[in-house]
Structures are given as C-alpha cells and as structure tokens.
Write a protein that binds this ligand. Structure first.
Ligand code: BGC
Length: 342
C-alpha cells in the first residue's frame, strides 16, 4: 500500500497556492507538485540500504518558476521539436512560437510545465488535470488533459489522457533528469544503458529528424546490448545522446529501456505504450543552476528517458500519427521500475 499525503509548496506570483504530493511505498518515495505536474524528488535505496534522491531539481518553488531545462515536468502540448514551429491540418497552416533555434520545442513559451494543474488524490497516487485553451501557444482546439502518477511497490506508472475539440498535434511526456548515483553526482559515465530499438532517427544540425529511419547496427546508437556510457561519451566517441529511438508501434506495454548503475546496484527499467523514446544525456546542462541542497548539475550529470512520439511527426508522413481528433482519446502509459541488483 502506498501512503499519499500532501503539503503546501509555496505560491505563484499571482498568489495561487502550489501543493506537493508525497507518494511513499515500501521502496520508493516520490514527490510531485501541482505546478507543472513536476516530479521534484524520487528516493530509493542502494544495495546497501542507503537512500538517495535520484532526480535533479530545486529546493523551492521559485527554482521551478524561473527558467530551467524542464526538470521533472510534464511536457505538452507537443513535447520535442516541430520544425520552424509550422504544421498544417486539413489545409490550414499553423505557426507556433519559436523557442529553440529555428524550431518550436516542448509546447512553446508557456508549456504544460508552467501550468498549475488541479490535483485529485488517488488510492496509490495522484491525478493532475488541466485544460489548454483553443489557440493557446498557437495550437488548435481546447484540450482537456490528465496525468496520473501511481506508485505500487517498486513501480511508478505515469498515465496520460487527453481529449480535444479540434484536431491537434499532441505528444505528452515526463522530462525527469535521473542520476542513479543520486542527483548532484557529477556525471553518469558509470551508468550502463540499453534501449530496445533497432532503429533511431538521425537529425539535422537543429536536431530535427532528417526523415530517415536508420538502423542502429554498426553505430553508437546500437544500445540493444548494454553499453557503459564512459565508453561512448567520456571517451569522446560522441558528444552525448539527444536522439529518438524507434520502439514497438504496437501501443501495447513493451520493454523499452534499462539503466543499471553497478556501484550502487540501482536498476531502472522502463516500459511504455509509446512509439519512441528520446534518450538525452543532459548535454546542455552547464553547472550554472543551483540545485537541491546546493548541488550543481554539470553537462552529462543526468539522463532523461522521455517516452513519446517521434520528433516533428506532425510534419513527417512516414512517422507515427501525431494528431488527436475530436471524439478520440489520447491514452499512453509509461512504467518506471526501480530495483537493486545484489
Ligand atoms: C531535448 C534537448 C533539450 C532538453 C531540454 C530534451 O527533450 O531533446 O535537446 O535540450 O529537452 O530542453
């Protein structure tokens, strides 16, 4: 049984109060707040029984209100990049705000990470809901969204649901930055990663997929067998990962990624119904943010496993469908399981 409690976590500049929920099972403690539906902490024990918080973040609400690279947040209406912020639906052209080089990223200037969500306690978790207005950040149609976090023993389940009044692109994910040695540890080079993908998406210099669906065979993107990151990133064979890996298109619960940290014994396994996962090794962190407990977060001090649709899918005919139509339900789930190996 998971204990669910909540407390106040400060107020927004306009006075609205933010709550933070604590979900505690026998092996995992999760903190998640109504502002941005942000995961602010996740504690597990290592193989010796020492607890650590694995999630990068801030001690105060202010840290999350200020500009930061989407720590722990739910990302929407469309996670990842849309080329030049343009798309068209049924012959109508749309232009989104440009906020990442020449492209639009992570829902625009005020994405779902900056929204105050309405919470509802669940037996083993919490559900957050919000409504995104028709035309907000340039997207068509009103969108009703709910995201639930449910903790059952070692397993955290995040479910995303949405309905729209007009046909709209949608892509929802969670942008938690993990370090299995504990947040504030300077790098993730001793982490061993595998991703169940035969294909990945090469990108142009602005990180938009070229459209090619490339085989991982004989490339650094072949993570089908576990790879210790120091072999690739620390030894400078590559800059780091910031790429979409193509997963099963079955929409069924499927294993997608596994990260093992040998020194602590911590193992994270990810399963999802989503067709892709953006594996990002925090290449753009630069140590300038003041994190929890005074921690600094340099480049490569964390990884994100953002289960989602493929980037720029709304503009690519050969990518999975990115549109939600009126009368349909968007419904995706990702499972994160935290265990230790002796
Ligand atoms: C993107 C990165 C970006 C990060 C923070 C990730 O989802 O793939 O390129 O730097 O989010 O915005």
């Amino acid at each position: 049984m998971t204990q669910v409690s909540s407390e106040e976590f400060g107020a927004l500049p306009d006075g609205r109060r933010v709550r933070r929920f604590l979900l505690r099972s026998d092996s995992v403690s999760l903190r998640v707040q109504t502002f941005g539906a942000i995961v602010t902490g996740l504690e597990t024990k290592d193989r010796r029984g020492n607890a650590a918080d694995l999630i990068l973040g801030f001690d105060t609400l202010e840290g999350y209100i200020n500009k930061h690279p989407y720590f722990g947040a739910v990302i929407g209406r469309v996670a990842n990049r849309i080329a030049e912020g343009k798309f068209s639906i049924d012959g109508k052209d749309y232009q989104l705000p440009i906020n990442n080089g020449p492209n639009s990223i992570h829902g625009g200037l005020k994405g779902f990470d900056k929204v105050l969500w309405t919470p509802e306690a669940l037996p083993n978790g919490v559900r957050f809901s919000m409504t995104s207005a028709d035309g907000e950040e340039g997207y068509p149609g009103e969108l009703k969204v709910s995201v639930s976090y449910v903790l059952d023993g070692k397993e955290l389940t995040i479910n995303y649901k949405a309905e729209a009044t007009k046909t709209t692109p949608i892509n929802l994910t969670n942008h938690s930055y993990f370090n299995l040695a504990g947040h504030g540890t300077p790098n993730i080079y001793d982490h061993e990663v595998s991703i169940e993908a035969d294909y990945y998406l090469p990108v142009d210099k602005t990180s938009i997929p070229t459209g090619e669906i490339a085989s991982v065979a004989n490339t650094y993107f072949d993570l089908r067998k576990p790879v210790v990151l120091e072999n690739l990133i620390e030894n400078k064979l590559m800059e780091g990962f910031d790429h979409n890996f193509c997963l099963s298109l079955s929409k069924q619960r499927s294993p997608c990624a596994r990260v093992y940290h040998q020194p602590s014994g911590r193992l994270l396994e990810v399963e999802t119904t989503q067709p892709g996962i953006q594996f990002y090794t925090a290449n753009f962190l630069d140590g300038s943010l003041k994190g929890k407990g005074g921690a600094v977060y340099p480049k490569h001090s964390a990884f994100c496993l953002e289960t989602q649709n493929w980037p720029d899918a709304v503009n690519k005919k050969n990518f999975p469908d990115a549109l939600l139509r009126p009368g349909e339900e968007y419904n995706h789930t990702t499972w994160f399981t935290f265990s230790t190996v002796k």
